[in-house]
Design a binder for this molecule. Sequence first.
Ligand code: NI
Ligand code: MN
Length: 225
Amino acid sequence: MKLKYFSHSAFQITTDGGKVILIDPFLDGNPTSPVKSDEVKADYILLTHAHGDHLGDTFKIAKKHNSTVIAVNELANYCIENGLKAHNMHIGGSHQFEFGRVKFTIAHHGSLTPDNHFGGEPAGIIITIDNKTIYHAGDTGIFLDMQLIGEMNKIDYALLPIGDNFTMGINDAVKATEFLKADVSIPIHYNTFPVIEVNPKEFKLKVESIGKKAIVLEYGQEIEL
Ligand code: NI
Ligand code: MN
């Protein structure tokens, strides 16, 4: 499978079978994204929560490509009520889709939609495709249950917010890599706006100093997992 980073929390996964899965596709309003919403397609869109910088261009993309949104119940229902196809899940639940397995975890954050509807609880997402497991933490502060996530899942790639202010900052995210025992950590949710400006190389160096691996992805970079 391939993993492409659009900046902020937005990713594209392309499976060996050719399915395209977007995560938190915040593109058009995102000053750091190298692509706009009319340049991507999606079979599925995974959402961690309803904030505008995560819900992003979900409606534009899903309407155009008939994508299925996968989100917690309240946010999935919001998408359905507004004309999209969705698969409702909730925290702690997992489901086998045609492309792989998806499980929702807790996240400590908020989840109001841009038009002020309750989006349910914010979440992290564990995605297992072709025997590789990716944990996208969503927007969250650090929490001790990350140890449990690391104990019960072999996390190959942990996508962790480091931008501080709204989420974990660098030191908390480094601690999170210890809790998760992730093979490789990838920093997200930084430098999109002035208030979340940090140096991702500092994260990488600190993760390496505890004997772990981190990769700082360029905006638009795609890697083979
Ligand atoms: Ni948020
Ligand atoms: Mn956010």
